[in-house]
Design a protein around this ligand. Structure first.
Ligand SMILES: [Zn+2]
Length: 222
């Protein structure tokens, strides 16, 4: 494990953070972009016909067509359907601390309530982090103070270099609240001997082992 000072920003799945817009399919090659002109006093909906593209990184069979969809407005995927997935291909998640961290142990009542009311929240959850994949490959685990444990599963055009990270949040409000912070981040490079994603282990076993791992890291690392 190593520690690094980093500039940490936040994002969510909204069109502002992830550069997408709503679009109405009008032909296999074009869609009608629905956006709002915000520079005027009242938001005026604007309609523009735009070129629709097939995602070059995805199997054509997996690409579904819907009448109303979200479309990329920037990056190399401009005009492709936006699915809200990470660069690794799963859905991004916000970090949630496990029950056995210093904070919840100081508030035993809250811990008891959690056990009673929301036992599925007991294992905590690893958040999605976007980083420079050349330096921090997929699977790199990081502890960001104020956010919790996360894993590198995404990337971004503005997230380059060893001192830049972007954290996923469920809402734009929470992402704005995070803003831009300087953090001392713990970095754990992916360990191939640890649960190998390619090995077929039953989901429940994998989940339990991961949960214990997270609890230990929350207890001793957080
Ligand atoms: Zn957002």
């Amino acid at each position: 494990m190593m520690e690094r000072n980093m500039e940490v920003t936040a994002y969510c799945n909204c069109g502002k953070c992830c550069c997408w817009e709503h679009g109405l399919l009008v032909s296999p090659t074009h869609y009608l972009a629905l956006s709002q002109q915000t520079r005027t006093l009242f938001p005026i909906p604007s309609l523009r016909l735009k070129r629709r593209r097939k995602n070059p990184y995805q199997d054509e069979k997996e690409q579904k067509t819907f009448i109303f969809d979200k479309y990329w407005t920037a990056t190399t995927l401009r005009g492709c359907v936006y699915e809200g997935k990470t660069a690794l291909g799963d859905l991004p998640k916000q970090a949630r601390p496990g029950p056995l961290n210093a904070r919840s142990l100081r508030k035993p009542l809250r811990l008891a309530l959690r056990v009673a009311l929301a036992p599925w929240c007991l294992l905590g959850r690893t958040g999605t982090i976007a980083a420079d994949l050349d330096l921090y490959p997929f699977g790199t685990r990081m502890y960001v103070p104020g956010y919790g444990w996360g894993e590198v599963r995404d990337c971004g055009s503005a997230i380059k270099g060893p001192h830049r990270l972007d954290l996923f949040f469920n809402s734009h409000g929470e992402a704005l609240k995070w803003g831009r912070r300087q953090c001392r981040v713990k970095v754990v490079k992916p360990n191939k001997e640890w649960i190998d994603r390619q090995v077929l282990v039953p989901g429940a076993v994998k989940g339990a082992v991961k949960g214990i791992d997270r609890a230990i890291q929350c207890l001793f690392g957080g």
